[in-house]
Design a protein around this ligand. Structure first.
Ligand code: F6R
Length: 626
């Protein structure tokens, strides 16, 4: 998830951009940069790593310029620059290097651009532009936008050029662009990635997020897909792609800085539950650009790691372990590779046996969990190929493995993992599908079918969260006084049940237990009476009739069944007191959707009890002590 900021106005822009970038730090990044426009030229500074590195690079340039007395630095132009754009990057195309950091620029260095998202047809466009004489300086897909806009500026204004370029770009992106030939103008474009405008007096802001500029203005205009917005100090002009002017109302946000960071939600956890569609989209998009297959190769992951694998071992802790459980079912079902899994803190004391034909997957959102780290180190010492699935670039785990599959959930502030979990699951679906493809375990049309379903997940998540939040608030209210909840599920539904039970206990401090449906009669059934709410994950799957049989057993004890079922499935309503429906997709993928009502259920119960869900007692976001 990259972050974009931009400004045109009357104040020195440099600090406005740097401070704005700090506000989108939560989106996660590996490099950053700013470009500022003054006196008919653009100066740019980029740096790899933390934003402090960018700040230092900007400062160093100031110092050099002071000594040399030349106008090379951002801050030394005669009049401090008052227009500029900035960016935090999370690498997708191209390694983490200064030349791959944004802003990108055209051959004449007169058009600069910052981009979030992906330009799918960048290769074709690049070939054409190179043939016409453009010189590219990065490995990114984003750079093509600077050259394309520059190319079209030969025949028109910046706005016309951006419109012409937009017409040629395919993908999902948002960008902000400026040209040395048109002072005090920044143009923003949105197609599938967030972009929002801040309106000030004689100054305008653009950002990926309201938080980027909230300290300067609370008057906000949202940019919709397929729209351009032209910012000048006195105006923000919205246009459709064909150039038709659009009226856009100004929304006044009365959030304080903290609420802004929470995107207007009452807690980070609720924001992060709502962010899940975007997070999953960001995670799957670069890997699913083709129509038929999955491409996991990127600067951090060499697909050769998947060659000759005859067994998979998944190691993880907590919520990440539950994502691993879903991965186990998907890999076995689709790729027909046997998968073992264990809790990392248990596995390391088993004097474990591993071989070089074994692929070990360590799943850890923080990349710092000591047990998972130790387990991966041990697996590597014993000869296995080890890959990590993590959300944090540069975290310890990335140094203990042979390849990294990053989830792109952005920073997760709430201690309870939500968006990182669904992104882990989505990444594991893609890995399972790729393994199936490489091993010829599944027919290509079936792979294409599953891929199409995976691509629909972000949209389904959006609908699900929007449709269920209110309903689950009411359900949670009814059940908040309960002192014990049992969760049941089978197959992938068991993983979902385990995750739902963990979420509820960790944020509401209510005792929960989670079991495989078929195990209930071997003991836990003794806990049931008419006061017990039993959450049953009963989405569509080949063994749903078995799960329904387990639900009947629960009902026979008089307990209260809350079923999670697939839309259009009429089998649950007759056997459950309450049914919560999730959109229909392939049954294996249904697990990712089924967890969302359980997150919301846990959330609203904890809030009903007045608890601080973002920071539950006794828990920390990162567990680094063995
Ligand atoms: C639960 C939760 C924890 C973590 C566990 C592992 O909501 O967040 O159970 O999943 O501590 O953390 P990571 O994934 O960072 O290794």
């Amino acid at each position: 998830m990259c972050g974009i900021v931009g400004y045109v106005g009357h104040r020195p822009v440099q600090e406005i951009l740097l401070a704005g970038l700090e506000k989108v730090e939560y989106r996660g990044y590996d490099s950053a940069g700013v470009s500022v426009l003054s006196d008919g030229a653009i100066a740019s500074v980029r740096a790899v790593g933390e934003l402090s590195h960018l700040r230092r690079a900007v400062r160093d340039l100031d110092t050099i310029a002071d000594v040399a007395g030349q106008a090379v630095a951002v801050a030394v132009a005669e009049r401090p620059p008052t227009a500029g754009i900035g960016h935090t990057r999370w690498a997708t195309h191209g390694r983490v290097t200064e030349s791959n950091a944004h802003p990108h620029f055209d051959t004449s260095d007169r058009v600069h651009v910052v981009v979030n998202g992906i330009v799918e047809n960048h290769a074709i466009l690049k070939r054409r532009l190179v043939d016409m004489g453009a010189t590219f300086t990065s490995e990114t897909d984003a750079e093509v936008i600077a050259h394309l806009v520059s190319h079209h500026m030969a025949r028109g204004s910046l706005i016309e050029a951006v419109r012409a370029a937009y017409g040629e770009l395919h993908g999902q992106f948002a960008f902000a662009v400026m040209s040395a030939d048109e002072p005090d103008t920044v143009v923003g474009v949105r197609l599938g990635c967030p972009l929002v405008i801040g309106r000030g007096q004689g100054e305008q802001f653009v950002g990926s997020d309201v938080a980027c500029f909230l300290e300067h203005t609370r008057d906000v205009q949202y940019v919709y897909d397929g729209e351009l917005v032209v910012l000048r100090p006195e105006s923000a002009e919205f246009l459709s792609a064909d150039g038709t002017p659009i009226e856009r109302a100004i929304t006044h946000v009365d959030w304080d800085a903290e609420t802004a960071e929470k995107g207007g939600y009452e807690t980070f956890m609720l924001k992060e539950i709502h962010d899940q569609a975007d997070a999953v989209a960001e995670t799957i998009r670069p890997r699913t650009l083709g129509t038929t297959g999955v491409d996991l190769a990127d600067p951090d992951f060499d697909e050769a790691l998947l060659d000759g694998v005859d067994r998979v071992l998944i190691l993880a802790a907590g919520t990440s372990f539950h994502a691993g459980l879903i991965a186990r079912y998907a890999i076995e079902e689709w790729a027909r590779v046997p998968v073992e899994m264990d809790i990392a803190s248990e596995w390391i004391y088993r004097n474990p046996i591993v071989s070089e034909r074994e692929l070990v997957i360590g799943i850890t959102q923080s990349g710092e969990t000591a047990d998972t780290l130790t387990a991966m180190r041990l697996a590597r010492e014993r000869g296995a190929k080890v890959i990590a699935c993590t959300n944090v670039r540069g975290s310890s785990v990335t140094r203990e493995c042979d390849g990294v599959l990053y989830t792109r959930a952005g920073m997760e502030v709430s201690v309870a993992a939500t968006k990182t979990f669904v992104c882990q699951v989505a990444t594991m679906y893609l890995l399972a599908l790729r393994l199936a493809e490489l091993r010829g375990a599944m027919a290509p049309p079936r792979i294409a079918e599953l891929l199409a379903e995976i691509k629909r997940l972000p949209h389904q998540i959006t609908e699900l969260v929007a449709g269920l939040n209110g309903r689950l608030q009411a359900t949670a209210e009814r059940h908040a006084p309960s002192t014990f909840f049992l969760y049941l599920g089978r197959h992938v539904g068991r993983a979902v049940a385990l995750e739902g039970a963990l979420k509820l206990k960790e944020i509401s401090y209510i005792a929960t237990d989670a079991y495989a449906g078929g195990e209930m009669k071997h003991g836990p059934i003794a806990l049931l009476d008419e006061k017990t709410p039993v959450v049953c994950v009963a989405t569509d799957m080949p063994i749903l009739d078995k799960m329904i049989g387990n639900i009947e057993e629960v009902r026979a004890r008089g307990a209260h069944v809350i079923a999670i079922a697939t839309e259009g499935d009429g089998r649950l309503a007759p056997v459950a007191e309450e049914v919560i429906y999730v959109p229909r997709t392939d049954w294996m993928l249904q697990a990712l959707l089924a967890v969302i009502p359980l997150q919301l259920f846990a959330y609203h119960i904890a809030r009903k009890r007045g608890l601080n869900v973002d920071k539950p007692r006794n828990l920390a976001k990162t567990v680094t002590v063995e």
